[in-house]
Design a binder for this molecule. Structure first.
Ligand SMILES: Cc1cc2nc3c(=O)[nH]c(=O)nc-3n(C[C@H](O)[C@H](O)[C@H](O)COP(=O)(O)OP(=O)(O)OC[C@H]3O[C@@H](n4cnc5c(N)ncnc54)[C@H](O)[C@@H]3O)c2cc1C
Length: 432
């Protein structure tokens, strides 16, 4: 049904056109394989800049890249928009919403999904930011809340509409909090002169005793200082227990009245059905050092969905772009070796460091042996993100938006293109 022709070459089916799937597909270009790349979207999403889409700093199109364009000059590479429903390893087939496809080698690169730790109330009522449509929903919600705040004279209601609670102070939570604080300072007072924008609160709630807990102590401290300078209220050692669409409750008894709760407190693997025996507690697929899924020679997993346990990475590599890219690149080489009955190379993660930005001139960078923060770190952050974007057009668009926003103190994309109907009275949330 997918109309993929037969080939004399072995077929590699890759599920997922994210960092891992795309890096593998690129490296398999014009090799002796037929490559079938499946993704439920027709674009590759540059997640590290998604918070800027959510806060009006960038247009969605500047962080999305058409997958077809990525593989258009590859011989024997076929892309299909398909949601994979399950895999059948016994019959070597992948079942999708547009039909079934058989494989010689299967690569699962489906990434991760949000982890609510079983809390259905939070899952139902909070916003998340894993996909571009979700980032656009957050953008609409921010702006809609301000429009509603203008319309009410009920001060409690107005405060709740202007109270943004971000749960989880990892890079996503910290970057989003910083960007919201910058909107409060430079953009919203100009747009809403008849509203007291100083009533806007940004509450960043974190279970651990410091922010950015995967980064160095120095970076964590610096990020905390920057956030406070920007007026973000940080609540450490505070575990959120519920959100009923009006009130956020926590273990320590602190509560927040809010009409905008963003959940960035947990992720877990997003494996497809059919490999339950190889799935670990974090919903990741256990793989060996060649990325082969436990129990299989011909099924591989890469990136966020893969858990390669090792001495240094007891629970698998960090769910970040670099492990995904590096695993994808090595697997291209290993598939060729495997097909030629040569021994495969073990994956060794080359940790290039991590970074986060908190706002204009404020970023923290952890290199393997060196940590720094401040203006220079911010330029490094911008440079690294700019060169990592796929495609000249996206690089140019982002560079232009950043330059414009820097000099004009603006976030030009604050438009409600796709209204978001928030569940304010226990009705269903969604997009119009
Ligand atoms: C908001 C945010 C900010 C981030 N910031 C950073 C950062 O600054 N630095 C960093 O290193 N990392 C960052 N990350 C993490 C980084 O984006 C991930 O680690 C990386 O994307 C993992 O790559 P992947 O290929 O494993 O998965 P992904 O890039 O998530 O790709 C998975 C792909 O699989 C597709 N897919 C999933 N399930 C199915 C299915 N059933 N059928 C068909 N297709 C499917 C998805 O559509 C997607 O295209 C961030 C993540 C988020 C959400």
């Amino acid at each position: 049904m997918m109309n993929i022709p037969d080939s004399k070459n072995p077929r590699v089916v890759i599920i997922g056109g994210g960092f891992a799937g795309v890096s593998l597909a690129k490296k398999l270009k014009n090799k002796n394989f037929q490559v079938v790349l499946l993704d439920k979207h027709n674009y590759h999403n540059f997640q590290p800049l998604m918070y800027q889409v959510a806060t009006g700093g960038l247009e969605a199109g500047s962080i999305a890249y058409p997958i077809r364009k990525l593989v258009q000059d590859h011989q024997e590479t076929f892309f299909r928009i398909a949601l994979v429903e399950r895999i059948d390893t016994e019959n070597k087939k992948v079942v999708t919403d547009i039909g079934t496809i058989y494989y010689d080698y299967l690569v699962i690169a489906t990434g991760s999904t949000n982890n609510y730790f079983g809390n259905e109330e939070i899952e139902k009522n909070s916003m998340v930011m894993k996909t571009i449509p979700e980032a656009l929903s957050i953008r609409s919600l921010i702006l809609e809340n301000f429009e509603l705040a203008l319309q009410t004279n009920d001060m409690e209601e107005r405060k709740a509409l202007m109270n943004f609670v971000i749960v989880g102070a990892g890079p996503t939570g910290v970057e989003l909090a910083g960007a919201l604080a910058e909107m409060k300072k430079a953009v919203l007072p100009k747009d809403y002169p008849d509203l007291d924008v100083s009533m806007m609160e940004i509450n960043l709630v974190q279970g651990a005793d410091h922010v950015l807990d995967a980064m160095s102590k120095r970076s964590s401290k610096a990020a905390e200082k920057y956030l406070k300078q920007l007026g973000v209220s940080i609540h450490l050692k505070t575990i959120v227990t519920g959100y009923n669409n009006k009130t956020v409750t926590t273990k320590g008894g602190v509560s927040f009245q809010s009409q905008a709760v963003i959940w960035s407190a947990g992720v877990k693997g997003a494996p497809v059905k059919g490999l339950e025996d190889a799935t670990d507690r974090a919903s990741r697929l256990r793989v060996n050092s060649f990325n082969q899924v436990e129990g299989f020679d011909d099924v591989f997993a890469l990136g966020d969905v893969a858990a390669m346990y090792g001495e240094k990475y007891q629970f698998g590599h960090p769910m970040m772009a670099q492990p995904a890219i590096q695993q994808g690149e090595l697997l291209a080489e290993n598939l060729a070796r495997f097909a030629n009955k040569q021994s495969m190379k073990k994956f060794v993660y080359n940790d290039k460091g991590s970074m986060a930005t908190i706002g204009r001139n404020k970023a923290v960078v952890d290199l393997p042996n060196f940590h720094f923060n401040g203006v220079f770190a911010w330029f490094v952050w911008m440079f690294v993100h700019l060169i990592s974007l796929i495609g000249f057009k996206n690089k140019a668009l982002v560079f232009w938006s950043w330059t414009y926003n820097y000099f004009v103190f603006d976030r030009e994309s604050r438009v409600i293109i796709r209204p978001y109907r928030k569940n304010r009275d226990n009705q269903k949330s969604g997009n119009d």
